[in-house]
Design a protein around this ligand. Structure first.
Ligand code: GDP
Length: 327
């Protein structure tokens, strides 16, 4: 039987459309002519509540579902709120995947994370290294929930024939990111810290950890483009990594950010803060073989993200940003 394809009149639900990933998906969908979107804020639809999610799906029966909703956060937030990261993420994806299947969705795309792979996986990490070793302890709660989500996609495909696919993005950044220092990932945190150091003429900026861990960063608009690509072309149970294929040390990232922001002071590494996993570069051979590649290089992506920060976040430095972000 031919697989139905997303078309301009398909009803599409983007779960988590206010987050970094969800808002990029909405931009990408509109740009590609998919305007029949159904979107709900967390106040309107709490995805951790099974009854609410079931009611929503029974009423609207979306045909295509992007699961971009998650409780997300950087190394400190993950390590500080293990129960919330595990509980909320398990609840969100269980409710959404099950309700999508029960209400006849044609297809669902679930977003995992590169932290599902073992801490000491061979680099770059291929999809096949899933569940071959222990996880990085600082984010294992989130990772366990994400692994359960991707396994749920595979199980629903196998038992019910539901066309659920799972993609594993690398570290993401871009407009709409969380710049709250207690909850954010390294890239928005350093953009903010370096910007504030420049404004106050500080002699140095504090960078957590030793600066030696390596991280790969993908602009969220590239991620959204890859998700649309996979929604239209990939229909099997194999996981697909989404990355740019290049990583750098945290020290190198901090230097690039200092250049973009125009900060000339020093970087001071605080090794009392955790480094986390030493490296997590994704092997993107599968995605490349399907015919997709990213368009936005890190320095250009940092410049546009910094512009977004200057327009949306910097004007209210004291704004009461959320402690933990929902992506
Ligand atoms: P991870 O990729 O899950 O480890 O999460 P993060 O993006 O939060 O951290 C990545 C690396 O950046 C870790 O080695 C952190 O210690 C380091 N890092 C340096 N400065 C900061 C900062 O200000 N905030 C965060 N979140 N991480 C930082």
């Amino acid at each position: 039987m031919p697989v139905p394809r997303m078309s301009p009149d398909s009803l599409i639900f983007v779960a988590g459309h206010r987050g970094l990933v969800g808002s990029a998906l909405v931009r990408a969908l509109h740009a590609a002519g998919f305007d029949n979107l159904i979107l709900r804020t967390r106040q309107e639809l709490d995805l951790t509540r099974q009854d609410a999610v079931e009611r929503f799906f029974t009423q609207y029966r979306p045909q295509y579902v992007f699961v971009a909703a998650a409780r997300v956060g950087g190394i400190l937030a993950n390590d500080t709120y293990p129960a919330e990261f595990l509980r909320d993420n398990l609840a969100i994806h269980t409710n959404v995947i099950d309700a999508a299947y029960r209400n006849g969705a044609h297809k669902l795309l679930y977003l995992g994370s590169s932290c599902v792979y073992p801490k000491h996986a061979p680099q770059p990490m291929s999809e096949d290294c899933l569940l071959t070793g222990p996880l990085e302890p600082t984010n294992e709660w989130y990772a366990i929930a994400k692994i359960a989500g991707l396994k749920m996609c595979q199980a629903y495909r196998r038992q019910y024939g539901f066309n659920a696919i799972a993609a594993m993005p690398t570290n993401l950044y871009g407009p709409g990111d969380n710049f709250n220092l207690a909850g954010s990932h390294v890239l928005p945190a350093l953009l903010r810290k370096v910007h504030e150091a420049k404004l106050s003429d500080a002699a140095q900026v504090e960078v957590w950890g030793t600066g030696t861990p390596k991280r790969e960063f993908l602009h969220v608009d590239d991620l959204a483009a890859a998700c649309l690509f996979l929604m239209q072309r990939h229909d099997d149970s194999s996981l697909i990594n989404i990355g740019c294929g290049r990583d750098q040390t945290i020290a190198e990232l901090a230097q690039t950010i200092a250049r973009v922001v125009g900060f000339e002071g020093a970087l001071r590494f605080d090794s009392s803060k955790p480094d986390g996993t030493p490296r997590k570069l994704l092997d993107t051979t599968r995605l490349t073989a399907l015919g997709w590649k990213p368009q936005i290089d890190l320095e250009n992506g940092l410049r546009t993200t910094y512009d977004w920060f200057l327009q949306h976040v910097a004007p209210q430095p004291g704004a009461n940003l959320p402690r933990v972000h929902y992506g």
